[in-house]
Design a protein around this ligand. Structure first.
Ligand code: MG
Length: 335
């Protein structure tokens, strides 16, 4: 059988304002078809991936008809060797293969991986930086979600936190996206608990591992590496320097690579957050199948777009991820 891959455009609920030029209102993602099975590859733009390169790598790829849970790793290894730089394409193929094999076995992916769906955590919902009026509106729109993730790293950080805290008493997680100096990060982390913040993601520059270690050593809150942790090879040098890591399946190459990272993180004493890019319900549901294994979930990418063509993972009234019980990914085209 052959893979079919197509580029689609999804629309952001809130235009993403870039430093220069007009706001970004849509994103490209690549949908992967393998028979009835589905996958998704969301190109990692800062890694130089493009939607066209990802589609071209996947479209027309031949996969043995008799692929099984035991042999899908060989297919993925061969593809990765051919396309070492396209990790989101690895992920797209990985999701489609797991979906295919799961459908044939009649088992949801979490069951194929021996995971208990009841252990899936609640997900956070991201509040991007915005002017006060828009931010107030975003907090109102975010009422259904149990945990907020707030993007910081600007001179308005305290005002942003104070505004959100004045509107909600839900737990807040903070992501500085490398936006602070070590000195700023040391000062910020001391005061964040006053605002009911429960963890801090990527306080300083990705390459400043000593700075990261210094912030971690002094921080009253867990410090999580995101930009500093792209894939498996980055894990060992983070041990002892942070409390945890953020694993994104598009960046590391899919469920199989994600599982390897979760296991290694556990050996190294690192806690795990499962994150995402702006993805449809295909990519988010794939990640959700791994979520019973992790400490924190940040799987809201599909909630940030207004025209998700698919349905899969849902949230219960407490904001917890509810994994589909259908075979494979359990994702369907939205009716
Ligand atoms: Mg982050």
């Amino acid at each position: 059988m052959r893979v079919r891959a197509e580029i689609i455009n999804v629309t952001l609920r809130h235009p993403f304002q870039l430093a220069r030029g007009p706001a970004d209102t849509t994103r490209e993602t690549v949908i992967v078809h393998l028979g009835d099975a589905l996958g998704e590859a969301t190109p990692i733009r800062y890694a130089g991936e493009t939607a066209a390169a990802v589609r071209d790598a996947l479209d027309g790829l031949k996969v043995a008809d008799d692929v099984t849970l035991d042999t899908l790793g060989d297919v993925l290894d061969a593809f990765a060797a051919q396309h070492p730089q396209l990790r989101s394409a690895w992920a797209g193929l990985d999701f489609a293969l797991h979906d295919l094999v799961g459908r044939r076995m009649g088992r949801p992916i979490y069951q194929m991986l021996d995971l208990d769906p009841v252990l899936a955590p609640a997900t956070s919902f991201t509040l991007a930086m915005a002017a006060p009026d828009l931010l107030r509106r975003k907090v109102e729109e975010a009422a259904p979600y149990a945990i907020f993730k707030v993007k910081l790293g600007s001179p308005a950080d305290w005002d942003t936190l104070a505004l959100i805290r004045s509107r909600t008493d839900k737990p807040i997680r903070v992501d500085a996206n490398e936006g602070w100096t070590v000195e700023q990060a040391l000062a910020m982390t001391q005061r964040l608990p006053e605002f009911g913040v429960e963890l801090v993601e990527q306080p300083v520059q990705r390459d400043d591992l000593d700075g990261l270690a210094a912030v971690t050593a002094a921080s009253p809150l867990p410090v999580i590496a995101d930009e500093s942790c792209q894939h498996y090879a980055d894990l060992d040098q983070l041990a002892g320097r942070v409390h945890g890591i953020n694993i994104k399946l598009m960046k590391c190459g899919g469920l199989r690579q994600g599982l390897r990272m979760v296991r290694r993180a556990s050996e190294l004493g690192l806690r795990v957050m499962l994150g995402c890019m702006i993805e449809t319900s295909i990519g988010i549901t794939a990640a959700a199948h791994l979520s019973p294994l992790v400490d924190w979930a940040d799987l809201d990418g599909h909630l940030l777009i207004s025209d998700d063509p698919f349905v899969g993972v849902t949230l219960d009234p407490t904001g917890r991820l509810v994994l589909p019980a259908e075979a494979g990914l359990g994702v369907k085209v939205r009716a």
